[in-house]
Design a protein around this ligand. Structure first.
Ligand code: FES
Ligand code: FES
Length: 141
């Protein structure tokens, strides 16, 4: 049994797999996406205890007492979401929930200077929306 919170909601689960599968398969939180499933694309990124993590590579057994945040937990008027909408910073949108959580974590940590390197290392956007994504992220970091 693992006890954690997801977007402020208490969750107890006997599921014993990656966090991504708990979110999508058991909690009906579909923002985080299954892309590569191997820790390379960043589509599954959520925030755990203040850090952006790839949920496909985060086992439940390591999350006792953890605080998990997903895009569903952001307010509709969150400045990060507003900036991405203002810049039209998406094409198909598949990569965007993960990038939103990475940008949110960087903002909360005051680490805006790491933006370009972090996005380059942790996220793949197949659509080539990089410049709009960067412009949107820069407005909140
Ligand atoms: S699905 Fe997790 S990093 Fe690609
Ligand atoms: S907007 Fe389509 S993958 Fe990034």
């Amino acid at each position: 049994m693992t006890a954690l919170t997801v977007n402020g909601m208490a969750v107890e689960t006997t599921f014993d797999g990656p966090l991504l599968h708990l979110l999508r398969g058991e909690l009906d939180l579909f923002a985080a996406k299954l892309g590569c499933g191997e820790g390379n694309c960043g589509a599954c990124t959520v925030i755990v205890n203040g850090q952006a993590v790839q949920s496909c590579q985060t086992p439940l057994w390591d999350l006792e007492g953890a605080e998990v945040r997903t895009v569903e937990g952001l307010r509709a008027d969150d400045p990060v979401i507003a900036a991405f909408m203002e810049e039209n910073a998406a094409q198909c949108g598949f990569c965007i929930p993960g990038i939103l959580m990475t940008v949110t974590a960087l903002r909360d940590q005051g680490k805006g200077g790491d933006l370009l390197q972090t996005l380059d290392e942790r996220h793949i956007c197949r659509c080539g929306a990089h410049m709009r994504i960067l412009r949107a992220a820069r407005t909140v970091l």
